[in-house]
Design a protein around this ligand. Structure first.
Ligand SMILES: [Zn+2]
Length: 289
């Protein structure tokens, strides 16, 4: 993960660019690919956003081979949950759901694990990196909700969450907790195995069926919109290549540079936030959010 200096956030896109974005829908519905920038207005910071320090996400090797990492993960998840109660879909998620309901989107492909597109009402979603609300055991794949597992954490670690309230929330929706030495890590009640979030960590691949679902969303579309992502993630680039191979126009909505800004396929480039841009787009297309 490299850290990039960012220009100051702009407010809204110029009208001409918004019209160019809206005109893509004359061809038919679009596929939408979203990244962390989509959720910053919901209070979840972006790994690469302006003003955030560089941070290396935990790798799956660290998680499975080092109990200290697992203690840190569960401690952070527990404290982060206190803050996540206030996290809600923003006006961008809501506008996207309205665009889908009106038939303007073939679906949403997201790199985010926060589940906010689904909570806003979008129905056809390919979650490339999984969903942090689900916990599964490593040996058998038994599945539980995060809330359920955190309740077990509280039984094993009474008073921990309250003592550590105030820790900084991270882009994973978790929190940086300083002292985790005494933390007791929850295990699978069905088989006693290690529990992990149902997300794709560094060093893991996007599940084949999830990629296939994302590719279907692109295959059914007349254009591809990439929003709130600098497209540093390889899977996003592969999906863009699928769109390019079919000659689809690509629109990029992002604060700050992306990997693909100068590609010929990018016919619309909007330097603005996703919340205001999708709200304006929905209005231009006559969709009420
Ligand atoms: Zn199990």
């Amino acid at each position: 993960m490299q850290h990039e200096d960012r220009p100051a956030p702009s407010t809204t896109a110029p009208e001409g660019q918004l019209k160019a974005l809206a005109s893509l829908f004359d061809r038919g519905p679009a596929a939408l690919l979203t990244g962390a920038g989509m959720s910053t207005d919901s209070g979840i910071p972006d790994y690469r956003g302006a003003g955030t320090p560089p941070r290396t996400p935990m790798s799956i090797d660290q998680f499975t081979h080092d109990e200290a990492y697992r203690r840190r993960f569960w401690a952070g998840a527990r404290v982060g949950a206190l803050r996540l109660e206030d996290v809600r879909p923003n006006s961008g998620h809501e506008a996207v759901a309205a665009l889908e309901a009106a038939g303007h989107l073939t679906g949403v492909i997201t790199q985010n694990v926060d589940g906010l597109h689904g909570r806003a009402g979008t129905t056809n979603i390919a979650e490339l990196h999984g969903n942090g609300a689900t916990i599964r055991c490593v040996p058998e794949g038994h599945r539980f909700s995060r809330a359920e597992v955190l309740a077990w954490f509280d039984v094993a670690n009474p008073g921990f969450a309250e003592r550590n309230d105030g820790a900084r929330i991270t882009p994973d929706g978790d929190a940086d907790v300083a002292d985790t030495a005494g933390v007791r890590v929850p295990i699978c009640p069905a088989c006693g195995g290690m529990l992990r979030p149902d997300v794709v960590y560094f060093g893991e691949h996007v599940p084949r069926e999830v990629f296939a679902h994302a590719a279907e969303i692109v295959a059914a579309a007349s254009s591809l919109i990439i929003a709130g992502s600098s497209l540093a993630v390889n899977t996003g680039v592969r999906l863009m290549h699928r769109a390019e191979a079919r000659g689809l126009p690509v629109a990029v909505i992002n604060r700050g540079p992306t990997q693909i800004d100068r590609r010929d396929s990018v016919t619309v480039r909007i330097e603005a936030g996703t919340s205001e841009t999708f709200a304006l787009l929905a209005r231009l297309l006559g969709v009420v959010g």
